[in-house]
Design a binder for this molecule. Structure first.
Ligand code: CO8
Length: 244
């Protein structure tokens, strides 16, 4: 069990991502560990996605390091040999949705106030191709195309209907259900399951590995643009205003 605990919203900062990747690596190398359930200790929020402050007003070196850490986390999680189950106990926009989608199975608390999706378009930014690939692999091309263009955040019941999450359960049953799903997946021999997982995911993983440096360059160029910086600043202001 891995529990995100980075108040107030479990945003994926450079530090968070680095720690997350190291934890995954340790579990991966531990032969006694065959599966991991990922959830959040925060009420109402699974993860608010990439930490927007890491993408605002920083140096090229910082953006480069940050983006490499985002890639590293995804390569480890999406490519993990372990059984990975996301117990999504709150909202999960953008990078949070990526984390959930990178698992083998997603269970979400059935609260319609919790939403999940790749809302990048709403921030005036574009989800990278491997976010899109992961999304397509979960929900199919048509749903991904529409949802990505609109930057939709789907309330839990809708996310379930679209197949973005596999199952909805009352919040108090979430962990029990996650444990049951884990037991079901672990009942199979690891080897066959792992090879099957690799077969399903390898093309998408290889694509990022082959274009990793180019993808970093694209991100850095994109995020360094004044127009993008302005969009991100406005979005952060909107978040703050909404609060008051
Ligand atoms: N990064 C940094 N800070 C954040 C983030 C974030 N992703 N999300 C929230 N915060 C901050 C808020 O600004 C607020 O700060 P403060 O207390 O100083 O005002 C604090 O966290 C608490 O937030 P809220 O008051 O909004 O808390 P709520 O419980 O009301 O709502 C939500 C929680 C639903 C998570 C809400 O905060 C929200 O919607 N956040 C935005 C989520 C989002 O849109 N994330 C997208 C990030 S972009 C991404 O992940 C992929 C980018 C791909 C890169 C593309 C190339 C450029």
């Amino acid at each position: 069990m891995m529990k995100f605990k980075s108040p107030p919203v479990n945003s994926l900062s450079l530090e968070f991502l680095t720690e997350f990747s190291i934890s995954l690596e340790k579990l991966e190398n531990n032969r006694a560990c065959r599966g991991v359930i990922i959830t959040s200790t925060l009420p109402k929020i699974f993860s608010s996605g990439l930490d927007i402050t890491e993408m605002c007003g920083k140096s090229v070196e910082h953006y480069t390091e940050f983006w490499r850490a985002v890639q590293e986390m995804w390569l480890r999680l999406y490519g993990s040999n372990m059984v990975t189950v996301a117990a999504v106990n709150g909202s999960s926009p953008a990078g949070g949705c990526l984390v959930a989608m990178s698992c083998d199975y997603r269970i979400m608390a059935e609260n319609p106030k919790f939403s999940i999706g790749l809302n990048e378009a709403q921030l005036g930014i574009v989800a990278p191709f491997w976010f899109k690939d992961t999304f397509v692999n979960v929900v199919g091309h048509r749903i991904a195309e529409r949802s990505l263009q609109l930057g939709s955040l789907h309330p839990a019941p809708e996310a379930h209907k679209l197949g973005l999450v596999d199952e909805l359960v009352p919040e108090e049953k979430l962990m029990e259900k996650a444990a049951a799903v884990m037991a079901q997946w672990l009942a199979l021999p690891d080897h066959a399951r792992q090879l099957t997982k690799t077969m399903m995911r390898k093309a998408v993983l290889d694509r990022l590995v082959a274009h990793r440096e180019e993808d970093i360059k694209n991100f850095v160029t994109f995020v360094s643009k004044e127009s993008i910086q302005k969009s991100l600043r406005m979005y952060m202001e909107m978040l703050k205003k909404r609060k008051s």
